[in-house]
Design a protein around this ligand. Sequence first.
Ligand SMILES: NC(=O)c1ccc[n+]([C@@H]2O[C@H](COP(=O)([O-])OP(=O)(O)OC[C@H]3O[C@@H](n4cnc5c(N)ncnc54)[C@H](OP(=O)(O)O)[C@@H]3O)[C@@H](O)[C@H]2O)c1
Length: 275
Amino acid sequence: METVDVQGASIPAIGFGTWTLKGEQAASLVQHALETGYRHIDTAALYDNEEAVGAGIRSSSVARDDIFLTTKVWHTDLARGELQSAVRASLDRLGVESVDLLLVHWPSKIIPLAETMEALNDVAASGYTRYIGVSNFTVPLLSEAVKLSQRPLICNQIEYHPMLNQDKVLKACSDHGMAAVSYCPLFRGGDLFTDSRVTSLAGKYNKSPAQIVLRWHLQQPNVIAIPRSTKPNRISENLDVFDFSLADEEMRSIDQLRSNGIRMCDFEFAPVWDG
Ligand SMILES: NC(=O)c1ccc[n+]([C@@H]2O[C@H](COP(=O)([O-])OP(=O)(O)OC[C@H]3O[C@@H](n4cnc5c(N)ncnc54)[C@H](OP(=O)(O)O)[C@@H]3O)[C@@H](O)[C@H]2O)c1
């Protein structure tokens, strides 16, 4: 498995996303993902599946130390003391002593960022997580967070796929030495998989449209993708993207789709996005 190496962390370039997966299905898919070669699992307190993710990890034949496990704290739990309690509850549900990466799931418009960064550094100092980072942070929020954090922030997890231009925040991640973790990397399927640019490359390389899109992510500097699937064969397929490369002009042809400017995860609590 290729890794993205930032700030002393080595993060597997493809992770398994678990949003919407629940209960026994989540546990068995996590187990399958690990046994098929994934070493990076993405969950969150909000997903209400941390117990199942932990069960899947324990049922697998892969040692906990070989897995890069990420969870996230919800934006209502970012105050001093509350963040620490939320993380302890996540660790209890997961059944692990620590995670590899703890993310602020969304920035808060109410709780001061200084307080959140202090608490985030505190949980890292307590050994609850190896690394810390953020998610859904814009360029100005990222600069502020970096200034306020004693420890390095190793990534910003953001919505990124060929239907959305994220050049500004990607540049900010790069300037801060952070990885960009693409969520919704497949645009949840949809129109992307029938686009002629994607399907013609799929034909050329004898790969699926999903594999072409994942390869497009991986060929960008310090970009990681965390696709989700409920189908074991697709989970395996989404990892089988390390044996071919897209040419520069093929990368650029997929880039052109970004002018669609479609953002799927936008909520009333979202920050004002980078223009
Ligand atoms: N930080 C955040 O705020 C945030 C927000 C959203 C998501 N995330 C994380 O990012 C992960 C991925 O995002 P996502 O789950 O929203 O979307 P996604 O991974 O872009 O797309 C998932 C969809 O694509 C389909 N799919 C997966 N592999 C496929 C393949 N090889 N061929 C055809 N279809 C395929 C799946 O259907 P089937 O199940 O039928 O295969 C599913 O409907 C989440 O699970 C979560 O861990 C984070």
